[in-house]
Design a binder for this molecule. Structure first.
Ligand SMILES: Cc1cc2nc3c(=O)[nH]c(=O)nc-3n(C[C@H](O)[C@H](O)[C@H](O)COP(=O)(O)O)c2cc1C
Length: 183
């Protein structure tokens, strides 16, 4: 698939969770729906993904760090963003407005711009029950972000059972959350 500029651009952000290794599934679903897709990983998420495979699949470099000042953007501006395999860490930092990596910078700007933004967490029941996480989800929803947590989205697994959730991880629901109404 090559990177046509005429199509809608979806930026897929992924975090350092087990789900990140399957992020190519979301890329494929979005390409089938005629999105041009690029992938941005948190620095830690680069340990979980196959960057070479994702670059071949998307036609774009996988970015995980801010560009050098004064250099051109290598990724097109997104029309929508999905955070798939979203970690508790990134969700908590985003709700606080922290932008200490490229992924968070894009996400914080997306909230300010009002871009369609869906977050599909991948967290266990222990992380999900932490008061900071519950507060973060509430604050992000109040800011207009779709957080696909709970029935109808991602239902957290008990600790150390994340592998079991991978085959049924609802990538398609994240894509539907940022799709506009049909033409
Ligand atoms: C093997 C492994 C699996 C992990 N799985 C998860 C997970 O499912 N959810 C989560 O929130 N954090 C998980 N973590 C912890 C995150 O990787 C850690 O909080 C990291 O700092 C998140 O960085 P990021 O938010 O910048 O991607 C996992 C860590 C490791 C090493």
């Amino acid at each position: 698939m090559n990177a046509s500029q005429s199509r809608r651009v979806l930026c897929v952000v992924t975090c350092a969770t087990l789900a990140a290794r399957d992020v190519g599934k979301l890329v494929g679903l979005a390409q089938d729906a005629d999105w041009s897709v690029c992938v941005v990983a948190t620095p830690m998420a680069t340990r979980f993904i196959d960057e070479t495979a994702l670059e071949a699949q998307t036609g774009f470099p996988v970015r995980s760090d801010y560009k050098q000042p004064g250099t051109p953007d290598v990724l097109p501006p997104p029309d929508a963003i999905i955070v798939g395999g979203a970690s508790a860490n990134t969700i908590n930092k985003l709700s606080a407005g922290v932008s200490d990596n490229l992924a968070l910078g894009l996400l914080n700007e997306a909230i300010g711009l009002g871009l369609p933004l869906a977050i599909l967490p991948f967290v266990n029941t222990a992380l999900a029950a932490h008061p900071a996480f519950e507060r973060s989800v509430r604050q992000l929803r109040d800011a207009g972000v779709t957080v696909l947590l709970g029935e109808g989205g991602f239902v957290p697994n008990p600790p150390n059972q994340g592998e079991r959730n991978l085959p049924n991880y609802p990538w398609g629901k994240a894509l539907r959350a940022v799709e506009g109404p049909p033409d």
